[in-house]
Design a protein. Structure first.
Ligand SMILES: [Zn+2]
Ligand SMILES: [Zn+2]
Length: 268
Protein backbone atom coordinates (compact mmCIF):
# COMPACT_ATOMS: atom_id res chain seq x y z
CA UNK A 1 0.00 0.00 0.00
CA UNK A 2 1.13 3.60 -0.64
CA UNK A 3 2.48 5.60 2.28
CA UNK A 4 0.47 8.79 2.23
CA UNK A 5 -3.05 7.51 1.81
CA UNK A 6 -5.89 9.44 3.35
CA UNK A 7 -9.42 8.03 3.52
CA UNK A 8 -11.87 10.92 3.07
CA UNK A 9 -15.10 8.94 3.29
CA UNK A 10 -15.72 6.78 6.37
CA UNK A 11 -18.88 5.93 8.32
CA UNK A 12 -19.04 5.08 12.01
CA UNK A 13 -21.86 3.60 14.05
CA UNK A 14 -23.35 7.08 14.14
CA UNK A 15 -24.58 6.30 10.62
CA UNK A 16 -27.66 4.05 10.56
CA UNK A 17 -25.74 1.51 8.43
CA UNK A 18 -22.32 1.89 10.11
CA UNK A 19 -20.96 -0.88 12.33
CA UNK A 20 -17.99 0.40 14.34
CA UNK A 21 -17.11 3.16 16.75
CA UNK A 22 -14.90 6.07 15.75
CA UNK A 23 -12.20 4.97 18.20
CA UNK A 24 -12.12 1.47 16.73
CA UNK A 25 -11.96 2.89 13.19
CA UNK A 26 -9.06 5.15 14.17
CA UNK A 27 -7.13 2.29 15.79
CA UNK A 28 -7.61 0.27 12.62
CA UNK A 29 -6.56 3.17 10.37
CA UNK A 30 -3.37 3.48 12.36
CA UNK A 31 -2.67 -0.25 12.10
CA UNK A 32 -3.19 -0.07 8.36
CA UNK A 33 -0.70 2.76 8.07
CA UNK A 34 -3.10 5.41 6.76
CA UNK A 35 -1.95 8.97 7.33
CA UNK A 36 -5.47 9.90 8.32
CA UNK A 37 -9.19 9.62 7.85
CA UNK A 38 -12.23 11.84 7.79
CA UNK A 39 -15.36 10.63 9.56
CA UNK A 40 -18.25 11.47 7.24
CA UNK A 41 -21.41 10.10 8.81
CA UNK A 42 -24.65 10.32 6.87
CA UNK A 43 -27.11 13.15 7.15
CA UNK A 44 -29.97 12.71 4.68
CA UNK A 45 -31.55 16.13 4.23
CA UNK A 46 -34.79 14.74 2.79
CA UNK A 47 -35.40 12.80 6.02
CA UNK A 48 -34.20 15.38 8.54
CA UNK A 49 -35.33 13.61 11.71
CA UNK A 50 -34.49 14.49 15.31
CA UNK A 51 -32.56 11.23 15.47
CA UNK A 52 -30.35 12.40 12.61
CA UNK A 53 -29.51 15.57 14.54
CA UNK A 54 -28.52 13.50 17.59
CA UNK A 55 -26.34 11.17 15.50
CA UNK A 56 -24.61 14.07 13.80
CA UNK A 57 -23.87 15.75 17.13
CA UNK A 58 -22.49 12.48 18.54
CA UNK A 59 -20.36 11.91 15.45
CA UNK A 60 -18.95 15.42 15.64
CA UNK A 61 -18.14 15.21 19.37
CA UNK A 62 -16.63 11.70 19.21
CA UNK A 63 -14.49 12.65 16.22
CA UNK A 64 -13.22 15.68 18.12
CA UNK A 65 -12.22 13.43 21.03
CA UNK A 66 -10.48 10.94 18.73
CA UNK A 67 -8.62 13.79 17.04
CA UNK A 68 -6.97 14.62 20.39
CA UNK A 69 -6.45 11.01 21.44
CA UNK A 70 -4.65 10.11 18.19
CA UNK A 71 -2.77 13.41 17.92
CA UNK A 72 0.65 13.06 16.20
CA UNK A 73 -0.13 9.47 15.19
CA UNK A 74 -3.12 9.80 12.90
CA UNK A 75 -4.92 12.75 11.36
CA UNK A 76 -8.58 12.47 12.39
CA UNK A 77 -10.89 14.95 10.71
CA UNK A 78 -14.51 15.95 11.12
CA UNK A 79 -16.78 15.56 8.14
CA UNK A 80 -20.30 14.91 7.00
CA UNK A 81 -21.89 13.17 4.03
CA UNK A 82 -24.81 15.43 3.16
CA UNK A 83 -27.38 13.49 1.18
CA UNK A 84 -29.94 15.29 -0.99
CA UNK A 85 -29.06 18.79 0.27
CA UNK A 86 -31.14 20.34 -2.53
CA UNK A 87 -34.25 18.79 -1.01
CA UNK A 88 -33.83 20.91 2.11
CA UNK A 89 -31.42 23.75 1.49
CA UNK A 90 -32.53 25.69 4.53
CA UNK A 91 -31.51 22.85 6.86
CA UNK A 92 -28.32 22.14 4.86
CA UNK A 93 -27.23 25.75 5.22
CA UNK A 94 -28.14 25.72 8.92
CA UNK A 95 -25.94 22.64 9.52
CA UNK A 96 -23.04 24.30 7.72
CA UNK A 97 -23.41 27.36 9.95
CA UNK A 98 -23.73 25.30 13.14
CA UNK A 99 -20.76 22.92 12.74
CA UNK A 100 -17.16 23.68 11.85
CA UNK A 101 -16.59 20.70 9.58
CA UNK A 102 -13.25 19.92 8.02
CA UNK A 103 -14.92 18.36 5.02
CA UNK A 104 -18.38 18.24 3.49
CA UNK A 105 -19.31 15.55 1.00
CA UNK A 106 -22.17 16.31 -1.37
CA UNK A 107 -24.09 13.22 -2.35
CA UNK A 108 -27.35 11.95 -3.80
CA UNK A 109 -28.81 8.61 -2.76
CA UNK A 110 -32.25 9.23 -4.26
CA UNK A 111 -34.21 11.83 -6.17
CA UNK A 112 -37.39 13.59 -5.11
CA UNK A 113 -39.58 10.81 -6.41
CA UNK A 114 -38.18 7.73 -4.71
CA UNK A 115 -36.38 5.95 -1.87
CA UNK A 116 -32.60 5.41 -1.67
CA UNK A 117 -31.58 3.51 -4.83
CA UNK A 118 -30.03 0.87 -2.56
CA UNK A 119 -33.55 -0.19 -1.54
CA UNK A 120 -35.31 0.16 -4.89
CA UNK A 121 -36.45 -2.84 -6.95
CA UNK A 122 -35.40 -1.82 -10.46
CA UNK A 123 -36.83 -4.90 -12.22
CA UNK A 124 -39.94 -3.14 -13.57
CA UNK A 125 -38.76 0.45 -13.51
CA UNK A 126 -37.48 2.74 -16.26
CA UNK A 127 -33.87 2.85 -15.09
CA UNK A 128 -32.82 5.24 -17.87
CA UNK A 129 -35.41 7.80 -16.82
CA UNK A 130 -34.41 7.41 -13.17
CA UNK A 131 -30.80 8.12 -14.14
CA UNK A 132 -31.91 11.17 -16.13
CA UNK A 133 -33.60 12.55 -12.98
CA UNK A 134 -30.57 11.64 -10.91
CA UNK A 135 -28.17 13.62 -13.10
CA UNK A 136 -30.54 16.59 -13.34
CA UNK A 137 -30.66 16.69 -9.54
CA UNK A 138 -26.89 16.29 -9.37
CA UNK A 139 -26.37 19.30 -11.60
CA UNK A 140 -28.67 21.30 -9.34
CA UNK A 141 -26.64 20.12 -6.33
CA UNK A 142 -23.40 21.26 -7.99
CA UNK A 143 -24.89 24.63 -8.92
CA UNK A 144 -25.70 25.11 -5.22
CA UNK A 145 -22.15 23.95 -4.54
CA UNK A 146 -21.87 24.47 -0.76
CA UNK A 147 -19.93 21.23 -0.28
CA UNK A 148 -16.30 20.30 -0.91
CA UNK A 149 -16.32 17.11 -2.97
CA UNK A 150 -18.99 15.31 -4.98
CA UNK A 151 -19.48 11.68 -3.93
CA UNK A 152 -19.93 8.59 -6.08
CA UNK A 153 -20.95 10.18 -9.41
CA UNK A 154 -22.38 6.89 -10.69
CA UNK A 155 -24.00 5.64 -7.46
CA UNK A 156 -27.27 4.25 -8.94
CA UNK A 157 -25.27 1.96 -11.25
CA UNK A 158 -24.11 0.04 -8.17
CA UNK A 159 -27.68 -1.26 -8.06
CA UNK A 160 -29.06 -0.84 -11.59
CA UNK A 161 -26.14 -2.63 -13.24
CA UNK A 162 -24.42 -4.30 -10.28
CA UNK A 163 -27.46 -5.85 -8.64
CA UNK A 164 -30.18 -5.89 -11.33
CA UNK A 165 -27.83 -6.43 -14.30
CA UNK A 166 -29.59 -3.77 -16.38
CA UNK A 167 -27.16 -2.41 -18.97
CA UNK A 168 -27.28 1.33 -19.51
CA UNK A 169 -25.90 3.29 -22.44
CA UNK A 170 -24.29 6.17 -20.58
CA UNK A 171 -23.91 8.21 -23.80
CA UNK A 172 -27.35 9.76 -23.27
CA UNK A 173 -26.14 11.47 -20.07
CA UNK A 174 -22.86 12.69 -21.49
CA UNK A 175 -23.87 16.33 -21.84
CA UNK A 176 -25.35 16.44 -18.33
CA UNK A 177 -22.33 14.74 -16.76
CA UNK A 178 -20.03 17.09 -18.66
CA UNK A 179 -21.97 20.04 -17.25
CA UNK A 180 -21.77 18.56 -13.74
CA UNK A 181 -17.99 18.13 -13.97
CA UNK A 182 -17.55 21.56 -15.58
CA UNK A 183 -19.55 23.15 -12.76
CA UNK A 184 -17.38 21.42 -10.14
CA UNK A 185 -14.22 22.58 -11.90
CA UNK A 186 -15.43 26.18 -12.26
CA UNK A 187 -16.35 26.35 -8.57
CA UNK A 188 -13.02 24.73 -7.65
CA UNK A 189 -14.84 21.82 -5.99
CA UNK A 190 -13.58 18.27 -5.73
CA UNK A 191 -14.60 15.01 -7.31
CA UNK A 192 -14.46 11.84 -5.25
CA UNK A 193 -13.13 8.51 -6.44
CA UNK A 194 -15.31 6.22 -4.35
CA UNK A 195 -13.91 2.70 -4.07
CA UNK A 196 -16.90 0.94 -2.45
CA UNK A 197 -17.98 -0.50 -5.81
CA UNK A 198 -14.76 -2.52 -5.99
CA UNK A 199 -16.12 -4.57 -3.09
CA UNK A 200 -19.58 -4.93 -4.63
CA UNK A 201 -21.01 -6.82 -7.58
CA UNK A 202 -20.37 -3.98 -10.01
CA UNK A 203 -16.62 -4.33 -9.34
CA UNK A 204 -15.62 -0.78 -10.26
CA UNK A 205 -15.01 2.61 -8.71
CA UNK A 206 -17.56 5.44 -8.86
CA UNK A 207 -16.82 7.11 -11.14
CA UNK A 208 -14.66 5.04 -13.50
CA UNK A 209 -11.46 6.27 -15.15
CA UNK A 210 -13.15 7.89 -18.17
CA UNK A 211 -15.02 10.42 -16.00
CA UNK A 212 -11.94 11.16 -13.88
CA UNK A 213 -10.11 11.88 -17.15
CA UNK A 214 -12.96 14.06 -18.36
CA UNK A 215 -12.88 16.01 -15.08
CA UNK A 216 -9.16 16.63 -15.66
CA UNK A 217 -9.79 17.77 -19.25
CA UNK A 218 -12.50 20.16 -18.08
CA UNK A 219 -10.08 21.85 -15.69
CA UNK A 220 -10.88 19.95 -12.48
CA UNK A 221 -7.99 20.08 -10.02
CA UNK A 222 -9.21 18.44 -6.83
CA UNK A 223 -9.74 14.73 -6.32
CA UNK A 224 -10.60 13.09 -3.02
CA UNK A 225 -10.40 9.37 -2.31
CA UNK A 226 -12.97 7.53 -0.21
CA UNK A 227 -13.42 3.89 0.72
CA UNK A 228 -16.96 4.64 1.95
CA UNK A 229 -16.23 2.05 4.64
CA UNK A 230 -19.07 1.22 7.01
CA UNK A 231 -16.88 -1.17 9.05
CA UNK A 232 -13.18 -1.50 9.87
CA UNK A 233 -12.60 -4.32 7.38
CA UNK A 234 -13.25 -1.90 4.50
CA UNK A 235 -11.31 1.06 5.82
CA UNK A 236 -8.76 2.24 3.25
CA UNK A 237 -9.86 -0.48 0.82
CA UNK A 238 -9.19 0.33 -2.82
CA UNK A 239 -7.44 3.63 -2.15
CA UNK A 240 -4.34 2.35 -3.94
CA UNK A 241 -6.55 1.76 -7.02
CA UNK A 242 -7.89 5.33 -6.74
CA UNK A 243 -4.32 6.57 -6.44
CA UNK A 244 -3.23 4.80 -9.65
CA UNK A 245 -6.40 5.91 -11.46
CA UNK A 246 -5.84 9.56 -10.54
CA UNK A 247 -2.32 9.41 -11.97
CA UNK A 248 -3.52 7.71 -15.12
CA UNK A 249 -6.21 10.36 -15.58
CA UNK A 250 -3.54 13.07 -15.62
CA UNK A 251 -3.58 14.37 -12.05
CA UNK A 252 -0.40 15.08 -10.07
CA UNK A 253 -2.11 15.55 -6.71
CA UNK A 254 -4.98 14.30 -4.65
CA UNK A 255 -6.53 16.11 -1.72
CA UNK A 256 -8.03 15.82 1.69
CA UNK A 257 -9.75 18.72 3.40
CA UNK A 258 -9.01 20.42 6.68
CA UNK A 259 -11.18 23.31 7.85
CA UNK A 260 -12.90 23.22 4.45
CA UNK A 261 -9.61 23.88 2.63
CA UNK A 262 -8.00 21.30 0.30
CA UNK A 263 -4.59 20.00 1.34
CA UNK A 264 -2.85 18.67 -1.73
CA UNK A 265 -0.72 15.52 -1.58
CA UNK A 266 1.55 14.50 -4.39
CA UNK A 267 0.70 11.35 -6.34
CA UNK A 268 4.10 9.66 -6.29
ZN1 LIG B 1 -23.13 7.88 -0.19
ZN1 LIG C 1 -20.98 7.14 2.33
Amino acid sequence: MYMNLFDSHVHSDNSHDGEHSITFLCENAQQKGLMGLCITDHYELNLNTDQADICLRNSFIETGRARHAFDQRLLVLNGIEMGQAIQNLEKANALLRKYRFDFVIGSLHCDRRMDDYAYVDFSDLDAELILQHYYEDMLELCQWGQFDSLAHLTYPLRYITGKYHIQIDMKQYEELIREILRTLAQKNLGLEINTAGLRKEIGQTAPTLEYVKLFCELGGEILTFGSDAHRVQDLGAGLDTAFDMAKEAGFSYFAFYKKREPRMLKLI
